[in-house]
Write a protein that binds this ligand. Structure first.
Ligand code: ZN
Length: 144
């Protein structure tokens, strides 16, 4: 797994609503669909990401007596076949004649590059002149 430096594409954070690990760049949580940034509501028909693939299937316990147990597993591999991640998404049991439908989709978007660490930093501005303290009125000289 390639380490990700702060501000680089692939950096993650935790969704405050569903606690899923999501991309820091996400405006909308892909897990719970909550909006995470103000002003980030996508216009109708507009999406910043596209679905690369979508796999959907259904399985059913077609037996009359036996109960099935199942594991829903999602794994991700790199271009050489090395496993990057494997996650047990859900486990459960199916009574006779019960069924489940499963959907796995991969969504991708062009990453916004992080600012270059060599980019010049904004010049510090000289401090604004501090407002002068009100000068207390001069006291009359003390007698004697
Ligand atoms: Zn969420």
């Amino acid at each position: 797994m390639t380490p990700v430096r702060p501000g680089e594409p692939g950096r993650t954070r935790v969704c405050p609503h569903c606690k899923s690990t999501i991309l820091e760049s996400a405006d909308v949580c892909p897990g719970c669909h909550h909006h995470l940034r103000f002003g980030a509501a996508p216009r109708q028909g507009e999406s910043s990401s596209s679905t690369v693939f979508r796999l959907e299937g259904q399985f059913a316990n077609d037996q009359d007596i036996a109960i099935w147990e199942y594991n829903l597993i999602v794994a991700l591999f790199d271009e050489r076949g090395a496993e990057i991640a494997r996650k047990v998404v859900h486990v459960g049991a199916l009574a006779p004649r019960e069924a489940r439908r499963c959907l796995v989709s991969l969504e991708a978007q062009v990453a916004t590059p992080a600012p270059s660490p060599r980019a010049p930093l904004p010049r510090p501005r000289p401090p604004a002149a501090a407002p002068r303290a009100a000068t207390p009125p001069a006291r009359p000289p003390r007698p004697g």
